[in-house]
Design a protein around this ligand. Structure first.
Ligand SMILES: *Cc1c(COP(=O)(O)O)cnc(C)c1O
Length: 431
């Protein structure tokens, strides 16, 4: 048979996905920077670009987690498809051992919550990345817009673009410990605004919000009639004066969707186990169909691997405090060392010593540097000349800043900072 009229292939890729292929993801930008590394430099490359310390021996996960996965595998109970998350009544049936894991997440998070959550409030996802995808897809409807922090985590922008959710940015203020500019939030929101995204402890800023500020965010959300999406992937990775306060504690002020995972606190980002949790004692999400939509999405999407699901109760509930406090101590020390070291580099300023997550955000003054136009060129030349990889601020929404990862073995961090200083000195404008 002969088909007429088909002059060319009638398909093309989604333009929003093409954009996500390169420039606008952290991974894409880090890869760009890495492509400038000079292979004839005999020194080891120092990776301060992304936040995955799992390859450093000081950051190995706890043996509790490793043993739990082994036991999960050997039990032969987790070789099947994961049960459907849509079955709400079944998720209440705690005697059903397949559902232990939902209860485990509820129990783990409830330790820090005034309004306890149950397994019904928990959805297991493929890392918090999938939880982000779920909630943005659920909220995207014609004309809807979402408020995202600047600087922020570009996955939110990328997924918003894919599901045609309009993005409006509000600023985090460096001079105020990276607090949210709440006046601006009120100004940019309108009747089509659906949610505000808060990342606490902060990536990329390394800040931890005070109890008061988190409460004010919830109150602003209430005033605007929007929900709060609380990205708590770095939950509990706080080592400064502000203790970590889960946004879920303000769920009675405005409904909160919390996303989290074991990736960062347990340093196993490759295990791909996260969650989406609803903190909504007033039942507003249910009333507005959000819960039905989440269930619908989960029913047609894939689940995290069952081996890790099977291990989850042990991982969440049996890990001892020594493991956590050791990681916290390493990060606190790295934050101290970096902050004081960077203070002595004239062309770089750091407003705040990091108090959480795994990063330090610093500002470069390009006017003090010769032959460097912006942060992108800074990082490109730094990679080429010093074999140090750092993320340029543009990747997280702040031009002429740098995000430096603290999650690396201490010797390499010091070596990397030393090379950074050398680089800045060499490129300093002559008076
Ligand atoms: C790492 C990270 C994520 C994604 O982590 P998962 O491994 O998918 O759980 C989400 N949000 C922020 C702010 C992150 O830094």
């Amino acid at each position: 048979m002969h088909r007429v009229g088909l002059k060319q292939w009638g398909f093309k890729g989604n333009d929003n996905l093409k954009a996500a292929e390169s420039g606008i993801t952290i991974r894409g930008v880090v890869n760009d920077i890495k492509s400038n590394l000079n292979s004839s430099d005999s020194r080891p490359v120092i990776h301060l670009g992304n936040g995955d310390p799992s390859s450093f021996c000081g950051f190995r996960t706890t043996s509790i987690a490793e043993d739990a996965v082994e036991a999960s595998l050997r039990s032969a109970k987790f070789n099947g498809y994961a049960p459907s998350v849509g079955l709400l009544p079944a998720r209440n049936a705690d005697f059903l051992f397949l559902f232990y894991k939902y209860r485990a997440v509820a129990e783990y998070l409830s330790k820090d919550l005034k309004d306890k959550i149950t397994s019904n409030d928990v959805y297991l996802t493929i890392g918090s990345s999938q939880a982000i995808e779920v909630i943005l897809s659920v909220l995207s409807c014609p004309k809807a817009n979402i408020l995202l922090p600047r600087p922020g985590y570009p996955m939110y922008e990328a997924h918003s673009a894919i599901c045609h959710l309009e993005v409006r940015h509000f600023d985090l203020i460096p001079e105020k410990d990276w607090e949210v500019d709440l006046d601006q939030v009120e100004n940019i929101a309108d009747e089509n605004t659906v949610a505000i995204v808060i990342i606490n402890p902060g990536n990329p800023c390394g800040n931890v919000f005070t109890y008061q500020h988190s409460k004010k965010i919830a109150e602003t959300a209430r005033k605007l009639g929007i929900l709060v999406i609380a990205d708590e992937v770095y939950g509990h990775l706080a080592f400064g004066s502000n203790p970590f306060e889960p946004m879920g504690n303000f769920g009675s002020i405005a409904p909160v969707i919390t996303v989290g995972s074991i990736s960062k606190r347990w340093i196993v980002p490759g295990w791909r186990l996260g969650w989406l949790v609803t903190n909504d004692p007033q039942g507003i999400l249910k009333k507005h169909g959000i819960i039905d939509s989440i269930n619908g999405f989960m029913n047609i999407s894939s689940n995290p691997t069952t081996l890790i699901q099977g291990a989850l109760p042990q991982i969440l509930l049996r890990t001892n405090d020594d493991f956590f406090s050791n990681i916290i101590d390493i990060l606190r020390e790295a934050a101290n060392v970096s902050y004081h070291f960077i203070k002595n580099i004239p062309s770089i300023t750091c407003h705040n010593k990091p108090e959480g997550s795994m990063f330090i955000m610093v500002k470069i003054d390009v006017s003090m540097l010769d032959d460097i136009l912006d942060d992108m060129e800074f990082c490109t030349k730094l990679a080429n000349e010093e074999s140090v990889v750092i993320l340029p601020g543009v990747a997280v929404g702040l031009k002429n800043w740098l995000r430096i990862s603290l999650a690396i073995d201490p010797e390499s961090l010091i070596e990397g900072l030393g090379r950074l200083k050398e680089f800045c000195m060499r490129h300093a404008k002559k008076k």
